[in-house]
Design a protein around this ligand. Structure first.
Ligand code: TXA
Ligand code: MG
Length: 347
């Protein structure tokens, strides 16, 4: 049976979590980005349990979460570069993950056999307390079943992993709502491997250098009404489509046959036929951060709504956090029959 404990300011909850983790058990933890499914990162048996509980492909490495900067040294086999230190000073604790050459302390299970390790310091107070009290470093992917939308509330974790884990620490709704930005500084040119809670634009500006995106994204060439991505992740069970407001008449036509939910900005006007759809005005166009907070929860909610058969979401400009959101949306909208559980950022 899975226990959920409200963990705000509750030392006992944190102690219980620390005890379980020391025994090699799994605990779901709140972070500012999404909930994580945590295990002692240096215990290979514990880490194996993460992959089993999530149904995660073995070849996808985990991020190690640390509670203090001194924990970094033992995990890595290189000197922290000036560039990395600059990012750490500015963004830790926070939604930024850095890749380093790993030390021999990090088991192959955690890094999926790579000679590098991904590390971040999360900012949620409950998890910071847990890291400090337990003295552990924690491997934690998002606490969803592999392929599903990431969990931003304790109840999402419960929906996916109930009975599979002993404890969920409930730290409320995640503030950022999308995963950390993963950046690789090991080459001369820094590369973003996964756009996330801190936009690539912001990082490039802060570093004063160009920052490429390399996330193997293949954009749909089939137009807006068609899901056309190769890898389906972050995905609801129902079909998700990307909506271009210019083509709203096509959507109204579809709504004659199907019950459709539409997630759009407050600025998007649909005209009189709007009431043929379930319309959710979830964000301001200029402020994608609001959609970031809500996106995964909305997908889960609409997925379990019997009044909804298909979900549409407005296309965003791929600028700032819009780039991160479109990355998630493209993957979530990938055609089901093209789903490849082993591929891409299948996490
Ligand atoms: O915000 C987050 O990062 C959340 C919370 C729980 O911290 N965690 C998360 O973990 O999103 P996960 O496992 O769902 O995604 C980890 C991503 C994957 O895309 C994985 O391939 C990449 O980080 N990654 C991990 N280690 C890596 C490495 N050594 N080299 C390249 N990519 C790595
Ligand atoms: Mg994930």
């Amino acid at each position: 049976q899975t226990e959920i404990i409200k963990a705000n300011n509750d030392d006992q909850a944190v102690e219980k979590a620390a005890e379980l983790l020391h025994k090699g058990e799994l605990v779901a933890i709140p972070t500012e980005t999404v909930y994580g499914l945590a295990a002692d990162a240096l215990n290979p048996e514990a880490v194996k349990r993460i992959f089993e509980a999530k149904g995660r492909p073995q070849d996808n490495p985990l991020i190690i979460h640390i509670g203090a900067q001194k924990d970094l040294e033992k995990l890595i086999a290189e000197k922290v570069s000036k560039r990395a230190q600059k990012l750490i000073d500015k963004y830790w604790p926070g939604p930024l993950t850095l890749i380093f050459k790993k030390s021999s302390l990090v088991p192959a299970e955690t890094s999926a056999g790579l000679d590098t390790v991904a590390v971040r310091m999360p900012s949620h107070p409950v998890t910071i307390k847990l890291l400090q009290k337990s003295g552990l470093v924690l491997a934690a992917p998002s606490a969803n079943t592999s392929g599903y939308p990431s969990p931003t509330r304790a109840e999402h974790v419960y929906a996916d992993l109930k009975t599979k884990i002993p404890l969920i620490l409930d730290g409320g709704s995640c503030e950022v709502g999308v995963e950390s930005t993963v950046i690789d500084l090991s080459q001369k040119e820094a590369v973003v491997l996964r756009p996330g809670g801190i936009s690539r634009e912001e990082l490039a500006e802060f570093l004063g250098e160009e920052l490429k995106l390399n996330n193997n994204l293949e954009k749909s060439t089939q137009g807006v009404i068609s899901p056309g991505m190769k890898y389906r992740h972050y995905a609801p069970q129902k079909n998700l489509y990307i909506f271009d407001p210019v083509k709203k008449d096509l959507l109204f036509k579809k709504a004659e046959q199907k019950k459709i939910a539409l997630i759009i900005s407050r600025q998007t006007e649909l005209g009189q036929k709007e009431d043929q759809l379930k319309v959710i005005r979830a964000f301001d166009r200029e402020k994608p951060a609001e959609l970031a907070r809500k996106l995964f929860a909305l997908l889960r909610e609409l997925d379990s709504d019997p009044e909804v058969e298909e979900i549409y979401i407005e296309e965003l400009k791929e600028e700032g956090l819009g780039e991160t959101l479109m990355n998630r949306i493209y993957k979530a909208a990938a055609a089901k029959d093209e789903a490849q559980p082993g591929g891409g950022d299948n996490s």
